[in-house]
Design a protein around this ligand. Structure first.
Ligand SMILES: *[C@@H]1O[C@H](CO)[C@@H](O)[C@H](O)[C@H]1NC(C)=O
Length: 331
């Protein structure tokens, strides 16, 4: 066995030598080289096509010149002007952005220097016949419900609700926007959460709120948080005018769970799960409330309270995740 293997090997080596020397051999080497070159070309072509696809996508963004087809950013901020400036400077570069609404609940109105900075950023990014509208929605009362107040005369149907400390690349935001347009009744967002039945508790209908780890472990989710989500503007007026007032009062009192309340509202209206978008989240600034202790117990209490208000559990679980297929070439 060994010998024959060795002989074979020797023969191969000899043949290789022959190949390299004889004209016939160089032909085969050339063929091999040609294959390599061909493979490289295919690889380059596929890379190029993805970049062509990208520029094609850019070119076809004319469709956003119809302002009803764009989206509004609804940004919630609280005494973090530096973060707000960063966010606005970033998002105002995004195609398809139609207007920016800053939910302002601080006791002092926005300073002149902040307004000046914002206007400067907006005008320098309003190129190519695009005008971005900027509005501060000033609230007297400091309540988390403020972030879901209906916006009068909103040009676009789509609202991109975002916290002041999360940044997504424009390409990712546009992808989420396209997903939303294919399902405009759904909430489409980047931060999934899950509810589950509490097995330990004695009562049958006690639910638990599951954070990032639960979603990661089960691959299942039933909410996307409004810290980074697209939804239809109609849900703003439903939240403010149609949702039971007791839920809004609970949110104000507990300074928490407006996002869960919104998830309940949309789930109850659609009988369908939200849509989770794959996207890389960059948090700027310090950590939010989710890192404080006792957060998950508070959230669990909210879920059970809202279930009682609705008289049922409206949330629907799913395992579907929307990804941009241009960036997933292993599948
Ligand atoms: C849930 O949806 C149903 C059907 O659309 C509606 O009648 C009901 O008022 C909603 N419940 C709440 C608490 O909003």
């Amino acid at each position: 066995m060994r010998g024959s293997w060795f002989n074979l090997n020797r023969r191969t080596v000899q043949r290789f030598k022959q190949l390299a020397i004889t004209p016939a051999g160089s032909l085969r080497i050339n063929l091999l080289l040609l294959c390599c070159v061909g493979f490289t070309l295919v690889l380059l072509a596929s890379l190029a096509s993805s970049s062509i696809g990208w520029s094609y996508d850019r070119a076809s963004d004319d469709r956003f010149s119809d302002s009803r087809k764009g989206y509004a950013i609804l940004i919630n901020t609280w005494k973090r002007n530096d973060l707000l400036k960063q966010s606005i400077a970033h998002y105002s570069k995004c195609q398809g952005l139609d207007s920016i609404h800053i939910v302002w609940s601080e006791p002092d109105p926005p300073s002149d220097s902040l307004k000046k900075y914002m206007n400067h950023v907006i005008t320098s990014n309003s190129i190519g016949g695009r005008t971005i509208e900027l509005k501060f929605d000033i609230n007297k009362e400091d309540s988390l419900n403020n972030r879901f107040k209906p916006i009068p005369d909103l040009r676009s149907d789509a609202v991109f609700s975002i916290d002041d400390d999360v940044i997504f690349r424009c390409s990712s935001v546009e992808f989420a926007f396209h997903v939303w347009r294919s399902a405009p009744d759904a909430m489409v967002g980047y931060v999934p959460r899950i509810h589950s039945l509490d097995q330990k508790s004695g009562s049958r209908d006690h639910y638990m709120y599951g954070g990032w780890w639960s979603v990661w472990w089960t691959g299942t989710y039933s909410m996307v948080l409004s810290k980074a989500a697209f939804f239809h503007k109609k849900y703003l007026s439903m939240y403010t005018n149609e949702m039971p007032a007791s839920i809004r009062e609970y949110v104000t009192r507990n300074r928490n769970c407006e996002d869960i309340a919104m998830s309940f509202l949309v789930a109850n209206a659609t009988d369908a799960p939200p849509i989770w978008i794959k996207g890389k989240i960059s948090e700027i600034g310090s950590t939010g409330i989710s890192s404080l202790g006792g957060h998950s117990e508070k959230r669990t209490r909210c879920v059970n309270r809202f279930v009682a208000e609705y008289g049922k559990m409206p949330l629907v679980s799913t395992t579907m995740k929307a990804v941009d297929s241009r960036y997933t070439w292993f599948w």
